[in-house]
Design a protein around this ligand. Structure first.
Ligand SMILES: [Zn+2]
Ligand SMILES: [Zn+2]
Length: 663
């Protein structure tokens, strides 16, 4: 065969015979022992021969692509284990997914947790046995013959066009009908198991092993409820045992922090079936936290020069015809209501209402920027299947504002706004922030010059923030470039939070104007900005971030008083009185139970400070303080504790034990 030129990761070019494999060319010591490579940017097996000039790059296991390959390879091993243990099982498809993989099977009986354990042990045996993953190309007919007893594979082979582009893991045939297959080959060279697949795969099962099967769920073949229901086994797999352990720990933490569970345990909110999915009610304690969040937000908006407005929950179709929502957002809106010959809709967004306030009279440049703010509840249709506690609801209260300004004011306004948003998020304890700029998509409305101006203004706001940011080219809404603020919570999960958009459509559609210093009419820029995004979702995220233990300023009950015996009740009332006088939220446990049990109850309610009051405390006008982490300080003068906690609430810090004197 002729020679080919291969560019290696170090930049050197080697001339080798066609048919040489990447494995033969890569110095595995410097390449960090890769198990897959990219060839001209496309993922490929280490042992697949190179037939033309190419550029090679090793793919490390600890990368997105590396993990995808090891997860999908683990899925093959799982399917092999399932067919070993359940010879009647028919296997469908098994792609990698975020953080793991799954494989779908048609089996007579659903899998039990016990089955998962057996499948896992079988997988460990297969992995240990060191099977090679070997690629083969079959003709259409050979493919049909090879998978004669696997109806799902036959369907995939038969439906070339339908499956085209459905993803590598389906093994959809090439346009010419060629079918690629991965054989698992034992040490004696015998093919043990095969799957229809485009690959790539790890070279050998020994490269796998840090995995765990997680759960079973029902899933319809090709997502079609008229097709057979299959059993889907989910698993996770990582490049090392440490990475797997860290992920499993995160899963456990996420479960422990699940806001739906905490909402019930801490008596904060619930979703009554009589009201309907995605529509929560907040109980007194949850309502209080919500009020504290809102009070703080209102106070900050007031300081920052916002005007408070209010708009109704229903509006005529006329409004959403002008705004265009009925054209491009109808799927997210609730069905209309007919009243007295007019059609009304629950509002999906607050913006059109705010624009009507702007345009209620003529505006001069002297009034700009005009910053309108509202806690406005909007209603959006979400399928019942995607609802998820408070983080995906149907009634969304936005801390919504719309800012109308001149082109000259735009950059400065956005820079201030971004600082404002970041400061508020940090106050809520969300300090790991990531910023992203989304620019003009292919399909857009408005003038390119306006897009450029708005995008440049957003970019300069990002630069001024001093934080690193990424750019998502072409990812803006069709009517607006935007900045998204993402936060990382206490266990490293990323949440999209606040958004700043420069709207290039609505001012045009509503024809809003202002009179400039030149006495001529001009069109203002309009900025949409939601900070919490949705109060409900923000509440859910905070609850998980703090695992229910809100910082003192947000805690529904800040101090629990635990009298050691009934003879300390009177002293407890006196202490409670002085705390209430200082504006603190305090509760006395006068249940008469044992002291330890009362302390335990207060800890379960995640009350930041538990004060145990006994004889010595009573005699000295003192308190014995415990915080949630179990640390304790005895005999602290009551006045000192009051000074400590009020300063902490004022500064919105998290709860800490008062320092020992002289410490
Ligand atoms: Zn595969
Ligand atoms: Zn808006």
């Amino acid at each position: 065969m002729a020679d080919i030129q291969v560019r290696l990761p170090d930049g050197s070019v080697r001339q080798v015979p066609a048919g040489t494999t990447p494995a033969e060319l890569l110095d595995t010591t410097t390449a960090g022992d890769p198990f897959v490579v990219t060839v001209d940017g496309q993922p490929r097996d280490l042992h697949r021969p190179l037939l033309a000039d190419a550029t090679l790059a090793p793919v490390p296991a600890a990368s997105d692509l590396g993990r995808e390959v090891l997860r999908h390879s683990t899925a093959h091993v799982m399917a092999q284990a399932v067919t070993d243990l359940f010879p009647e099982a028919k296997y469908a498809i098994g792609p990698p997914v975020e953080d793991g993989f799954y494989y779908d099977f048609d089996v007579p009986e659903p899998f039990t947790p016990d089955d998962l354990g057996r499948i896992e042990s079988r997988m460990r045996k297969i992995i240990k046995s060191g099977q090679r993953f070997q690629r083969a190309e079959l003709s259409h007919e050979e493919g049909l013959a090879r998978f004669a007893d696997q109806p799902f594979k036959l369907e995939i082979i038969g439906a070339v066009d339908e499956f085209k582009g459905a993803g590598a893991a389906t093994g959809a045939p090439d346009a010419d009908g060629t079918v690629s297959v991965y054989d698992n080959v034992g040490r004696d060279g015998e093919v043990v198991w095969s799957d229809l697949c485009r690959g790539p795969h790890v070279p050998n099962t020994r490269r796998l092993g840090a995995f765990k099967l997680l759960r079973v769920a029902g899933a319809y073949w090709r997502g079609d409820e008229h097709r057979p229901q299959l059993q889907r086994i989910y698993g996770t797999a990582w490049e090392s045992q440490e990475a797997l352990d860290a992920y499993l720990h995160q899963l456990e933490e996420a479960e422990r922090r699940d806001h739906r569970k905490l909402g019930q345990e801490l008596d904060l909110f619930h979703f009554p079936p009589e009201i309907g999915g995605g529509l929560p009610v907040f109980h007194p304690k949850g309502g209080l936290v919500r009020k504290l969040m809102e009070d703080y937000s209102r106070a900050e908006h007031e300081k920052a020069g916002y005007d408070f407005v209010w708009t109704p929950h229903l509006a005529k179709s006329t409004l959403y015809e002008i705004s265009g929502h009925l054209d491009w957002y109808a799927d997210g809106m609730y069905p209309p209501m007919e009243m007295e010959g007019a059609t009304y809709y629950p509002k999906p967004m607050n913006c059109p209402g705010h624009i009507l306030i702007y345009s209620s009279r003529g505006r001069s440049y002297r009034e700009l920027p005009l910053r309108l703010f509202e806690f406005g509840t909007v209603y959006r249709f979400e399928r019942s299947g995607v609802l998820h506690g408070l983080t995906r609801v149907r009634g969304i209260t936005q801390d919504d504002s719309h800012i109308f300004c001149t082109p000259e004011q735009l950059a400065g306004e956005l820079a201030d706004l971004l600082q404002f948003v970041l400061r508020l998020l940090r106050t809520f304890g969300l300090t790991e922030l990531e910023l992203e700029l989304s620019t003009r998509p292919e399909k857009y409305v408005g003038e390119p010059a306006e897009w450029d101006e708005a995008t440049a203004a957003l970019r300069s706001a990002l630069e001024a923030s001093g934080l690193p940011y990424t750019v998502a080219e072409g990812e803006g809404a069709f009517y607006a470039p935007k900045i998204d603020v993402h936060v990382k919570d206490a266990i490293g999960r990323r949440w999209q939070m606040s958004t700043l958009q420069v709207d290039l459509q609505e001012p045009q559609r509503f024809g809003i104007e202002y009179t400039g210093p030149d006495n001529a009419k001009h069109r203002p820029y309009m900025i949409h900005r939601a900070l919490f995004g949705s109060v409900e979702r923000f509440f859910g995220i905070l609850l998980e971030h703090y695992a229910g233990a809100f910082p003192t300023w947000l805690a529904p009950v800040q101090v629990e008083l635990v009298p050691v015996a009934d003879r300390h009740l009177e002293y407890a009332s006196k202490v409670a009185e002085s705390m209430r006088a200082a504006g603190l939220r305090v509760e006395i446990d006068d249940s008469g139970g044992r002291m330890q049990a009362k302390v335990r109850d207060a800890q379960l309610q995640k009350i930041p400070y538990i004060l145990v009051l006994g004889d010595k405390d009573q005699d000295a006008d003192a308190v014995s303080v415990r915080t949630l982490d179990g640390s304790e300080r005895r005999g602290l003068p009551l006045d000192d504790f009051l000074a400590h906690i009020t300063a902490e609430v004022e500064a919105k810090r998290e709860a800490t034990l008062p320092a020992e004197p002289g410490a």
